[in-house]
Design a protein around this ligand. Structure first.
Ligand code: ZN
Length: 150
């Protein structure tokens, strides 16, 4: 299991959000992976920006990519539902939330060159996509409620 592998990684800590396993369609996981890729790309090209907070945790982003990919790998052929560990979902959410927050105040841009050549439209489209992607993830408030009731 991916989670077993990562639990043994040096530097691994319990900063991830604990929670129950979640289930996603394969194509939803692919979309989340695409979003994580963009999040890491934007974090990289905007790393010297004057708005350092909220800061993306590159380890959480990397763990999310590995965890989601391994979850797809472990899904039996023919199954459409991918089982993803709660902490992987948490790292995915926290990474995409930082991405959304930096985009929503125009702190991060697809091209932070300070010239305007159409990147505002691109950034707005990416922000719409990320907001939609976040809706694919379970609401942590609901999850907490469920955990409390369970
Ligand atoms: Zn530019």
């Amino acid at each position: 299991m991916a989670t077993d592998m990562m639990a043994g990684m040096p530097g691994h800590d319990a900063s991830g959000v604990e929670g129950p396993d979640e289930h996603f369609a394969v194509r939803v996981v692919a979309r989340l992976l695409a979003a994580l890729g963009q999040a890491m790309l934007f974090a990289t090209v905007n790393q010297d920006h004057t708005r350092p907070q909220p800061r993306m945790d590159p380890r959480a982003a990397a763990e999310a990519v590995t965890g989601l990919s391994m979850a797809v790998y472990h899904t039996p052929p023919g199954d459409d539902l991918v089982t993803v560990a709660g902490e992987i979902v948490g790292w995915t959410r926290s990474t995409l939330e930082v991405f959304r927050d930096q985009l929503s105040v125009h702190a991060w841009s697809s091209c932070p060159c300070e010239e305007s050549h159409g990147q505002d439209e691109t950034d707005a489209a990416v922000l719409r996509a990320i907001r939609a992607d976040l809706l694919l993830l379970p609401d942590p408030a609901t999850r907490t409620l469920q955990a409390g009731l369970g």
